[in-house]
Design a protein around this ligand. Sequence first.
Ligand code: ADP
Ligand code: MG
Length: 569
Amino acid sequence: MKTATDLAERARALDGRGYNAYKALRGAWDFETFVLHVDHVQGDPFAAPTRVRVVVPSDTAGLPEASFRSPIRALGTAAFLARALGRSARERSGTAGSGRSGQIEVETPGQEVLAQTAVQVDEAGGVEARFGIGLPARGRRVLGAEAVKLLTTTVPALVRTALVASTHDPDDIERQAEVNEDAEHLRAALGDHGLVAFIADGASLPRKSGVDDRPLEGEAVVAFRAPPSLRVTLEAPNAGPITGMGVPEGVTLVVGGGFHGKSTLLRAIETGVYNHRPGDGREYVVANLDTVKVRAEDGRAVTRVDISGFIDGLPLGRDTHAFSTPNASGSTSQAATIVEALEAGARVLLVDEDTSATNFMIRDRRMQALVPKEAEPITPFVDRVRDLHRALEVSTVLVLGGSGDYLDVADTVVAMRGYEPSDVTTAAVDVAAAHPTSRTPESGAPLRPPEPRVLDRASLDPRRRRRDVHVKVPDLRTLLFGRETVDLGAVEQIVSRAQIRAIGQALAMSAHFLESGPRTVTEILDAVDAMVAADGLDALDGRLPGDLAAFRRHELAAALNRIRSLRVV
Ligand code: ADP
Ligand code: MG
C-alpha cells in the first residue's frame, strides 16, 4: 500500500493543475497508525466535499473491550466518538481557498444514539470514520501545499483528538456503552411489565429551546418524580434497579393546566423510541419501539387509505374506504396518519391536543344536538380510542387540557402540575360520575386492522435528470426524492437529517423492489428492515457515505405515505 509520504508527494506535485487532477489521490494510503481511503473526489471546489474514510485498527484505537462487547455497546461508543470527531472537525475546519476548500464535514449525532455511518466501531474494537473534506483550490487550480497540510496534518490530528481512547476520559468512554445498554434493556422490559413507556425518577425532560434539543439547565428545572401509585422498578444491567413512572397499556391521559409540562412529557415519550447520550436527561426514558406520534397535518397528500373507521359519508358521496386527496383537512389528515401508523405496525399512539384537529378529537353533547350524526362524517377519537385498545391492542397516550369527555374512556389519568405528575385516576372516575357528559357514544362498525395496500411500480421513481438516484435533504423537514418534494415537517419522531437521507436511499431501494412487481406497503417495510438488519445502513447506499443514520419502519412509512405520486393498485 502507498504511504502517507507518497500521498504528500503526489498532492504536492498537483500544485497549480486543474481541479480534476485531484482524482489522482483516490485510493488507500497507509498512515502507519491508520489507513486513509479517498473514496470519491469532488468535481470542483464548490461541489459536495471529497468523501474519505479513516480506518483505525483496534490496537491504535485502544478502546476497552467493554465498549464494543456487544453491538448495542458499540453503538453507544460509536456515537460518542462521532460527536468527538464532529467537535474536532469544527475546530479544524476552515477556508483554505475558494468554495469549500479546507472544510471538514462530519455528520455529527445529536442527543439520540442511533446506528450511523459517520463513525462505526466493529466487534473487534476497530474504528471507521467517514467524513468530507474540501480539497483546497484557488479558483479551479489545485493548492498543493494546502492539500498536503489538510491530508497529512489535519486528518491525523482528527484521529488523534477524537478516535483514539487515550484522548478521552476512560470513565466517560465506559459510560457510553453502559448507558446505551441500560436503555435498551429498560425498553425491552416494558412489555413484561404491561407498560408502553417508562420515565425514570430524576430524569430531566425540558429542552433548552424549541430549536435546541440539549437539556435545559439551571435551578428552574424540575426533575421528574413518579407518583407512588405509578412507580415501578426496572432492572438495568449496569445501573441496577431504576425507579420511575410506568405508563400502562390502555388509554392514558395526561391532563393539567397550560404550561405545566404536559407536552414536554409527551415529547420525552416520543423520543423514548431512541436511546439518548449520557447527560441528556432522558437516558432512562424509554418507550415501546412501535410508538408513533400522530397529529393533524392539513395539506398533506393521502393515497387510498381506509379512514372509514373514523370518517365516513363525506359530502358529494366521497368514498372513505379508499380515501385519496392531494390536500387533506385537519381531521382527514389525522385519521389517515393513524390508519397508516396501524398499517406499519404501531402499538402505541401519542396524541397532543396542541397539534390535533378539534373536530377529530371531540363532539360534545351540544354539538350532537345541533348537528345530527347523519350530517357529521366524523366519529370522534373519543369514541374510538377504547376500541383501538380492545379490538386492535393499540394503546394511546393523550395530552389534554380542554376536554373532560375523555375521562370516561381513560384507564389512567396523570395530572401535571408545576412539572410534577400525580395519579388522578380515581379522582377522574369520581368527576366523570358526578358530571356525566350526557353525550351519545358514536361508534360505527368495530375497528379492524387496515387492509393491505398494494403499491404500483409507478409509485416511486428516484431518478432526476441524468441521476439514477436523486436524494437530497435541504433541511430537517424536507426530502427531495427523484422529482418529488416530500414534506416531513409533521413527522415529529425524525430527529436528524442523516435519518432522512437514509430514508431517501431506502425509498430508492423500495423502488427497486417494486420493479419486480407490485408489493404491499408492509412487504416493502419488512424488506428494508430485513436488509438493514442483515447488512447495516451500507446496504442502502454502496458508496460508503458517512451521512446515514438509522430510522424506524414508521418514519420510512411516513415518508412513503407523503409522496404525492404514490399509486395504490
Ligand atoms: P404544556 O404542554 O402543559 O402547556 P409544556 O410541556 O409546553 O407545557 O411546558 C411549558 C414550558 O415549561 C416549556 O417551556 C418547557 O420547556 C418548560 N418545562 C417543561 N417541563 C419542565 C420541567 N420539568 N422543569 C422546568 N421547566 C419545564
Ligand atoms: Mg402543550
